[in-house]
Design a protein. Structure first.
Length: 285
């Protein structure tokens, strides 16, 4: 049996995400987005928030369907100073009005949506999403100059796109999430986009040494370039544990997608170049 005793230390990669429940936000949409974030990305620290008084304590804000934020100067300031805002569904697209972009009301064509971005951090997201009801789209001629289209049902409309606003980022994501059985693909896209933007790419070094607590054990430390410890792991019986197992543990415990972490060993080898089946006892011999 595999035995492991974990002692993880999270530092600068911790985040907090505010899911707005006020400002006229659709209650079902708010709850469904909160549930999706808790299920798929608990490391983002999603919390329901009904006002903007504590906005500076968060890394990102989620504006659910019909959330009337078009006149919220505090929210615009939050984004321009480095925050992330994600939303989209709502009459005349409130998150675009917030930054003085004028658009038609948008529409919801019953068409499949295709992924249009080739960014490495989005490669695990679905390539195609089947048609479903109430995914808002915007004509491409109205999206902000320089915005990157991530999903689209056609050449003339976009359902997911993002652009830089000051020092921050805005993500338009069209699904309403008005029903609890909303397609899983859209939940994955919504959460995946937010996670990839919030958690930056970072190089880390993984060290392995003999455990001080277990006779045949292994002590693993993951640190950043400055030498600060991001996580530690004590393994009592690592004999049957592999590189694949370790990589998955690091991805999970650091709370980011594997492609966003450049994991190297003390000898300069990249963990992604090692054989998945290689045993940890051999890797750190």
């Amino acid at each position: 049996a595999r035995k492991a005793a974990f002692s993880w230390v999270h530092s600068s990669i911790m985040t907090r995400v505010a899911v707005l429940t006020g400002f006229g936000a659709n209650a079902a949409s708010s709850q469904n987005l909160l549930r999706a974030l808790h299920e798929k990305a608990p490391h983002l620290g999603p919390e329901p928030v009904d006002d903007l008084a504590t906005l500076q304590e968060f890394s990102a804000v989620v504006a659910p369907y019909s959330c009337a934020v078009a006149e919220c100067a505090e929210l615009a300031k939050f984004v321009r100073e480095g925050g992330v805002l994600i939303g989209g569904a709502g009459r005349h697209i409130p998150i675009m009005q917030l930054f003085d972009y004028k658009t038609p009301n948008g529409n919801s064509p019953q068409l499949p949506h295709e992924r249009r971005t080739e960014r490495p951090e989005f490669q695990d997201l679905p390539m195609n999403v089947p048609s479903c009801q109430w995914v808002w789209t915007i004509q491409t001629e109205f999206i902000p100059l320089g915005a990157e289209i991530c999903y689209a049902p056609s050449a003339t409309h976009a359902s997911v796109f993002m652009w830089n606003e000051g020092k921050g980022r805005v993500i338009f994501c069209g699904p309403e999430f008005h029903a609890s059985d909303y397609p899983e693909e859209w939940k994955t896209i919504y959460v995946g986009m937010l996670s990839a933007v919030l958690v930056p790419s970072m190089p880390v070094t993984v060290f392995g040494s003999k455990s001080e607590f277990y006779t045949d054990g292994l002590h693993i430390v993951c640190s950043n370039l400055a030498g600060a410890t991001l996580s530690e792991l004590e393994l009592e019986d690592p004999a049957n544990l592999t590189v694949e197992w370790l990589r998955k543990q690091l991805i999970q415990r650091l709370g980011v997608y594997g492609r966003e972490i450049l994991m190297s060993l003390a000898d300069g080898r990249l963990l992604c170049d090692c054989d998945d089946a290689e045993r940890l006892t051999d890797l750190f011999a």
